[in-house]
Design a protein around this ligand. Structure first.
Ligand SMILES: Nc1ncnc2c1ncn2[C@@H]1O[C@H](COP(=O)(O)OP(=O)(O)OP(=O)(O)O)[C@@H](O)[C@H]1O
Length: 337
């Protein structure tokens, strides 16, 4: 493989250090972010709207020079040393921007003309499920089919590094699954992938590691399991007829960190899911009652994401609507611990 000494030393295919991007002289969209991606790893950048994901990825793709900090892709500066980096990377932008009068096959052929070692057109199209649409004009493709064509073009040169900016936006559920499958196969085949996405499920299912950006900074980063570990799990159920919350064992003894009630529905949050759920079910068994609507959920990336977004909006713990087990507040409002 065509690896530079730098790569051999670190095996960090992407290295980002204190990266900054300023627009119009005074708006800092990317405010000093640092992360690295190893060979064969799939790294996801998540973020609230306007968090700076695209601004960051464009710097990694060498489309602009950073206002501060450093980017290295395959050991090179992607802006200053574009010729060394570009042939080894595949880029799927949010807007493909290719001529819409051309057919699908003509578009791929045109792209192949400027790509060294390009896959055959048929192979590129069948990778993304467009093998039956070669003669359709690009302007006649659906939004989802255009995203697939964008992906085919990004894969044309069998890239070592693949940048995917919201690759499944506009795809239906089946198309999304197919794209995920393809991305997994590419990663398993050794391709390093940097993905931005709005779909938390996408990041949770695909990413080896991820970072959640907020207002140009990394709010949290790690494996999906690490990022979710700090979040509480949720249990909800309906109180059996004739029972009140006070009839349950003391919630603090069950490992519950917060609770809330809406009518007869009880929602608990716990960092000890197994202990809390077991104690609750044992109580129900002894009382010979059924916990209708019982729903037990592990902590998810969605929780972590919402927490970051809500904390940013100033909705911090301790506000009305949330009840600490040691406190006394009760309310029907949805709460985030
Ligand atoms: N060319 C530009 N000139 C000025 N401001 C810009 C420019 N491009 C982006 N911005 C601003 O920079 C911030 C980050 O934008 P960016 O598109 O990187 O965010 P994002 O995380 O990709 O957002 P989204 O999820 O909504 O696509 C936003 O406030 C955006 O309005």
């Amino acid at each position: 493989m065509n690896t530079s000494e730098h790569e051999r030393e670190h095996d960090h295919v992407i290295e980002v250090t204190d990266l900054r991007r300023v627009y119009g002289g005074d708006f800092e969209a990317v405010r000093g972010i640092t992360f690295s991606v190893e060979r064969g790893e799939l790294f996801a950048l998540l973020g609230t709207n306007g968090a700076g994901k695209t601004s960051t990825v464009e710097l990694l793709e060498g489309l602009a020079a950073p206002s501060g900090g450093r980017v290295r892709v395959l050991g090179h500066d992607p802006y200053e040393e574009r010729a060394a980096v570009r042939p080894r990377t595949g880029v799927m932008l949010q807007e493909g921007g290719f001529p819409s009068e051309l057919t699908v096959a003509e578009t791929v052929r045109m792209w192949a003309g400027c790509t060294s070692g390009a896959r055959p057109v048929g192979e590129a199209l069948s990778l993304v499920g467009l093998e039956r649409r070669p003669d359709v004009r690009v302007k006649q493709l659906s939004g989802g089919e255009r995203r697939r064509l964008d992906l085919a073009l990004a894969l044309l040169g069998r890239p070592e590094v693949l940048f995917l900016d919201e690759p499944t936006t506009g795809l239906d559920a089946e198309g999304r699954q197919e794209t995920w499958e393809l991305v997994r196969e590419l990663r398993d085949g050794g391709t390093t992938v940097l993905l931005t996405t709005h779909y938390l499920e996408e990041a949770e299912g695909l990413a080896d590691r991820l970072a959640i950006l907020h207002e140009g900074r990394i709010a949290t980063a790690g494996t999906p399991a690490e990022v979710t570990a700090a979040q509480p799990s949720r249990i909800s159920f309906d109180l059996p007829d004739g029972y009140f919350l006070g009839d349950l064992p003391p919630l603090a003894d069950l490992g519950v960190s917060t609770h809330e009630t809406t009518g007869r529905t009880v929602r608990l949050r716990t960092h000890e899911l197994q202990r809390t759920a077991t104690a609750l079910l044992l109580w129900a068994q002894r009382a010979q009652v059924e916990l209708r609507g019982l729903d037990v959920r592990s902590a998810s990336l969605e929780e972590a994401f919402l927490r970051i977004a809500r904390e940013a909006a100033g909705d911090r713990p301790g506000r009305p609507g949330r009840t600490d087990v040691s406190g006394t507040t009760a309310s029907g409002k949805e709460a985030v611990a």
